[in-house]
Design a protein around this ligand. Structure first.
Ligand code: BES
Ligand code: MN
Ligand code: MN
Length: 460
């Protein structure tokens, strides 16, 4: 192991230089204008896998963006770890809030990252994180210390719902067969408290439309006598959550797995500092479901949020209009054993129920995803915990995160293997936001933890 760690140490600077090249590519999967950049990024990932020593490297075409594959099979009798990551990134807007352009990476020190952090879209989500795996793999290959088989799949549509990956996994069960899946696309609980992520929430995402009059109206001639769709929609949104912070949709909590008192006590070992939490997001006061802590509200409880709302006149100056339509995007984070199909149906029924008779409504579901839990008595969890404890020199706790990676549940269902989420980001890294960054300390700790994971897992 020391040899591998030495190799990493000696090649530290080159790793950063190479990552910078990857971060310069604007692989925005949501925006078709960036198609060539996304494709270029896939090619660069394939080249990195080859250079690191992977065999059978392939840029696999799909109906959408390609999936990059590579493997190193040492011996069929050894266990196989499948590494998953995504090379696509979120759109960087609003651009004016970035200190420097999002695809021109640079390093700067911050309060939380005194050793410096790499600023660029995708630095933490997920280029900087899957790149740790390629570099750890390179180190194991170059020092002849890879202890088991490894396969890589790096996709280009995670940020738009992994549309093609589902089919790809179903059609390539043999190719992707493995004993476990290793993913770095999550974060640590905090800078001082390293964690292995043992759960992710699911997702159900809806778009709603309320139509009042058949055309936009002069608010002087018609105002006061017709339903204004913006008002109606606002009233409907207000009825989605009750005064206790509970989601009012009929049957919403039916399948929610309630944690035992012991499980909640175990969770409470993670320091839930309210002052720090508020300060970190410049917030005056928290709110949420009554009877649960902030940590519980953001991890083991399901939630509902309006993500966008529009309609009517939003341009310069004033326009006296009653719009014909109003719209909103509403998402729900799910926990075991809720399913996106069930929740989509319950949401739609409820939304129809609370709609007044004098408007038309339309509810359109977008992509969703299942929640995921990795029990802490699995060898995947134990191997990751031990690896990170060695790398960080601290006790590592389990932590259920509030984010979603829908493919984890699908991997389990189709490949019959557990995913272990060994992510190294921090909530303050501003993923999906302007000035996304990834700490150099986190990047290197990740690269060190990975060979340790392989070593532990191969022995189990
Ligand atoms: N890497 C994130 C998910 C994440 C981040 C989980 C931090 C836990 C901690 C992923 O790229 C992501 O953004 N997922 C989306 C869902 C997806 C279906 C668009 C999300 O969680 O909103
Ligand atoms: Mn991600
Ligand atoms: Mn993301």
């Amino acid at each position: 192991m020391q040899e591998t760690l030495n190799y990493i140490q000696e090649n530290k600077q080159r790793y950063i230089d190479e990552l910078f090249e990857l971060l310069k590519i604007a692989s925005i999967s949501a925006d078709p204008a960036y198609k060539n950049e996304v494709l270029k990024c896939a090619e660069m990932c394939a080249q990195h896998l080859k250079n690191a020593g992977a065999d059978a490297v392939e840029v696999c075409q799909t109906k959408g963006y390609p999936i990059v594959y590579g493997e190193k099979i040492l011996d069929k009798n050894l266990p196989t770890v499948l590494v998953y990551g995504h090379y696509d990134v979120q759109p960087p807007d609003p651009l004016e809030l970035w200190k420097k352009p999002p695809f021109e990476p640079y390093i700067e020190k911050t309060e939380i990252h005194p050793d410096g952090a790499i600023f660029a879209r995708g630095s933490a989500d997920d280029k900087g994180q899957f790149f740790m795996h390629i570099k750890a793999f390179e180190a194991m290959m170059k020092t002849n210390t890879l202890p088991c088989n490894v396969k890589f799949i790096i996709e280009g549509e995670e940020e738009v719902g992994s549309v093609s990956l589902g089919d790809f996994v179903n059609e390539n069960k043999e190719k992707l067969s493995c004993d476990c899946i290793l993913i770095s696309d999550t974060g640590l609980y905090s800078k001082d408290q390293p964690t292995v992520t043992t759960g992710l929430r699911g997702l159900s995402y809806m778009e709603v439309e309320v139509e009042g009059p058949g055309r936009d109206l002069h608010s002087g001639l018609y105002g006061g006598a017709v339903p204004n769709p913006i008002h109606v929609l606002s009233r409907m949104i207000a009825q989605l959550i009750d005064e206790n912070g509970r989601i009012a949709i009929d049957g919403f909590y039916d399948n929610v797995l309630e944690l035992s008192a012991e499980e909640r006590a175990e969770m409470a070992k993670l320091k839930d500092d309210q002052e720090e939490f508020k300060k970190s997001i410049s917030l005056k006061g928290v709110e949420g479901e009554e009877g649960f802590t902030t940590l519980e509200r953001t991890s083991i409880r399901p939630t509902l949020d309006c993500n966008g709302i529009w309609g009517g006149y939003t341009g310069e100056g004033a326009k006296t209009v009653i719009p014909s339509k109003a719209f909103a995007k509403i998402s729900m984070r799910l926990v075991p054993y809720q399913t996106p199909d069930e929740i989509t149906e319950k949401f739609t029924k409820y939304f129809e129920k609370i709609a007044p008779d004098n408007v038309k409504i339309k509810v359109t579901p977008h992509h969703g995803g299942m929640p995921y839990v990795l029990p802490s008595d699995t060898k995947e969890f134990v191997a990751a915990k031990k690896a990170m404890e060695t790398a960080f020199g601290k006790e590592v706790l389990p932590y259920r995160s509030g984010g979603s990676i829908p493919i984890t549940a699908m991997f389990e269902q189709v490949l019959g293997a557990k995913s272990v989420l060994m992510g190294f980001g921090l909530d303050s890294d501003a993923i999906h936001s302007p000035n996304e960054h990834y700490g150099l300390f986190n990047f290197y700790k990740g690269i060190e933890s990975i060979p340790l994971f392989f070593e532990n897992y191969a022995k189990m």
